[in-house]
Design a protein around this ligand. Structure first.
Ligand SMILES: Cc1cc2nc3c(=O)[nH]c(=O)nc-3n(C[C@H](O)[C@H](O)[C@H](O)COP(=O)(O)OP(=O)(O)OC[C@H]3O[C@@H](n4cnc5c(N)ncnc54)[C@H](O)[C@@H]3O)c2cc1C
Length: 459
C-alpha cells in the first residue's frame, strides 16, 4: 500500500485498480504531445462516473491539492502536463456513447470517447461529425472541447465549438451543472457552455458532451496542386474563395515537409516543388464535380505546375495521405519536433510563410511548414534536438519572432493547440491587458482556490 494518506483516501473512493501511484506507472503521465516540457504527479485516478469525479474534486479541494484533467494526452501546449504535486484525473474510462438522437441530429457522449468513435458512430447512421483534428484516432472528445480543437475540415464546417450544444461540467467546488440543450435556438441568459469550450481544464471538468451532427455529404472530390512558387499557392486559396467556393479542405505543405512526407510515405510527390495544396470539395455529386473543375482551373490560372484530380476513392485517400502524414513524417527526421500553430488572416498567408522561411534561414534552423491554409492556420514545425541547449535558444528566439509577426499581421499565437504551459509567456501580447485581466477574473470567480489546472494559460 502507498504511504501517502492522500493516495490512500483516493483508493478508498475508487478502489486500488483505478489509482496509479507507483513511479514507473506515473512517469508517462508527466508528458503530453508537447516537445521539451514535462512534469510529474504523485497519483493518477481513473473515474468512471460523474459522481466519482465530484467525490475526487471535493476531496482534492478539501486538501488544497491541484487537479489536472487528462484525456489522451495528445495536447500540443502542455495542457495536461501536471504542475508539481497535481493529481491527474484521467477520463479515458468515461468512454460511453450515451445517446444518438437521429431526430434532433445530436449525440450525447462521455468525455473519454475518442473523436474517431464519435465520427464513426455518426457515420453509421448517415451523419457527419465534422471536426477532424489530425489526432482524432487517439484524442478524446473531452480534450477536443477543452482545447476547442480544429481539423482539416475547419474552413467549410467550423471547429469543435460550432458543434457543442451542451456540456455537463463539474465545477471546482464539486457542483455539477448542465449547460445548453438540444434546441437549435436558445438565448436564455449568458451562453455559459461557451466559457468552458477552450478553457483547457482550468474552469471545470467536462463530464458529458452534447454534440450537433449534420447530414453526411453524398460525394467528395480530391485534388492535389503543385507549385514552384509559394505565393502562387497562397493566391490560389484567395482566388478559390473569391470564386465563391468553400472547399471542405485547403491544406498546404512547404518544400521541407514535401520531402519528408515523400521519404516517409512514397506517394510520388514532386521533390522539386516549393509547395503543394490539397483541395477537397464535398456535397451533392453534381456540385462537387463542378467545384472540382473550377478549382483545377483556378489553380492552373494562379500558376500551379500540375494538378492531379483523384479519379477513385483510393486515389483520393492516397493524395490526402500527403497531408495526414505531414507531422509523422517531420517527426522522424530530428530527435525533437516542436509543432507550432501561428495563425493569420488568410490574406496575409504568403507573407507569413515567407517570413517563417526567412526566420529559419537567419537562425540556421530547419522549419517545415504545413497547415490549414484555408483557415490561415500554419504549423511551422521546428526539427531540432532538445539536448542541444544552444540550438534550443535559437528555436526560442525564432519562435518569438514568428509569433510577434503573426500578431503584427492581425493573427494569433495559437489557432488550435491552446496556450497551456508552452505559450503562456506569449499570451499577454496576443490578447492584450484588458482581455487577460477579464480571463483572470473569470478564473478567480469559478475557481477561487486555483485548484483546476493551475499555472496553465496564465500564472
Ligand atoms: C499528431 C497530432 C496531431 C494533432 N492535430 C491536431 C489538429 O489537427 N487540430 C487540433 O486542434 N489539435 C491537434 N492536435 C492537438 C491535440 O490532439 C488536441 O488538442 C486534442 O484536442 C487533445 O485531446 P486529448 O484527449 O489528447 O487531451 P489532453 O491532451 O489530455 O488534454 C488537453 C487539455 O484539455 C484538458 N482536458 C482534457 N479533457 C478534459 C475534460 N474532460 N474536461 C476539462 N478539461 C479537459 C486538459 O487538462 C488539457 O488542458 C494534434 C496532436 C497530435 C499529437
Amino acid at each position: 500500500m502507498p504511504t501517502d494518506p492522500f493516495v490512500n483516501d483516493l483508493i478508498a473512493i475508487l478502489g486500488k485498480e483505478r489509482v496509479l501511484f507507483e513511479p514507473e506507472h506515473l512517469a508517462v503521465y508527466g508528458y503530453d504531445g508537447t516537445a521539451a516540457i514535462s512534469g510529474s504527479t504523485p497519483c493518477v485516478v481513473f473515474p468512471e462516473t460523474t459522481d466519482e469525479v465530484v467525490q475526487i474534486v471535493k476531496y482534492a479541494a478539501s486538501q488544497k491539492r491541484p487537479i489536472v484533467t487528462r484525456g489522451s494526452g495528445t495536447g500540443l501546449s502542455g495542457g495536461s502536463i501536471p504542475v508539481p504535486g497535481s493529481l491527474v484525473v484521467c477520463l479515458s474510462r468515461m468512454n460511453k456513447i450515451l445517446e444518438l438522437d437521429t431526430q434532433n441530429l445530436t449525440i450525447l457522449v462521455e468525455p473519454g470517447v475518442t473523436t474517431v468513435t464519435v465520427a464513426d458512430t455518426a457515420d453509421s447512421v448517415g451523419l457527419l461529425y465534422p471536426p477532424d483534428p489530425g489526432s482524432m484516432r487517439i484524442s478524446t472528445i473531452g480534450g477536443n472541447v477543452a482545447e476547442n480543437s480544429g481539423g482539416l475540415r475547419g474552413l467549410k464546417y467550423g471547429i469543435t465549438r460550432d458543434y457543442v450544444m451542451g456540456l455537463e461540467v463539474v465545477l471546482a467546488n464539486g457542483e455539477v451543472v448542465f449547460l445548453g440543450n438540444k434546441c437549435v435556438k436558445d438565448v436564455a441568459g449568458y451562453s455559459m457552455k461557451d466559457i468552458f469550450i477552450g478553457s483547457e481544464g482550468t474552469l471545470g471538468i467536462i463530464t458529458k458532451i452534447l454534440l450537433k451532427l449534420v447530414p453526411k455529404p453524398q460525394a467528395k472530390k480530391t485534388l492535389l496542386a503543385t507549385y514552384s512558387r509559394m505565393d502562387a499557392a497562397a493566391e490560389t486559396v484567395s482566388a478559390i474563395i473569391a470564386e465563391k467556393i468553400i472547399p471542405c479542405t485547403l491544406e498546404f505543405l512547404d518544400k521541407i515537409t514535401i520531402r519528408c512526407v515523400e521519404e516517409f510515405a512514397h506517394i510520388g510527390l514532386p521533390l522539386d516543388a516549393e509547395a503543394i495544396l490539397l483541395m477537397e470539395t464535398d456535397g451533392h455529386p453534381a456540385v462537387t464535380e463542378e467545384e472540382a473543375r473550377k478549382m483545377e482551373a483556378v489553380a492552373r490560372r494562379c500558376g500551379a505546375v500540375n494538378v492531379q484530380v483523384a479519379q477513385t476513392a483510393e486515389e483520393a485517400v492516397k493524395l490526402a495521405t500527403a497531408r495526414r502524414a505531414a507531422f509523422s513524417a517531420l517527426a522522424r527526421v530530428a530527435p525533437t519536433t516542436i509543432l507550432e500553430d501561428a495563425t493569420v488572416p488568410r490574406s496575409e498567408l504568403a507573407k507569413m510563410v515567407n517570413f517563417i522561411q526567412s526566420v529559419g534561414e537567419r537562425y540556421g534552423l530547419r522549419i517545415g511548414t504545413f497547415g490549414h491554409m484555408g483557415d490561415g492556420n500554419l504549423h511551422p514545425t521546428f526539427l531540432t534536438d532538445e539536448k542541444n541547449t544552444e540550438e534550443m535558444h535559437r528555436v526560442e528566439s525564432a519562435m518569438r519572432e514568428i509569433f510577434d509577426y503573426a500578431i503584427e499581421l492581425g493573427g494569433t499565437i495559437t489557432g488550435e493547440h491552446g496556450v497551456g504551459l508552452a505559450k503562456k509567456s506569449f499570451l499577454p501580447k496576443s490578447v492584450g491587458d484588458a482581455s487577460l485581466a477579464l480571463m483572470k477574473q473569470l478564473k478567480k470567480t469559478l475557481d477561487p482556490d486555483n485548484i483546476l489546472n493551475p499555472g496553465k494559460i496564465f500564472d
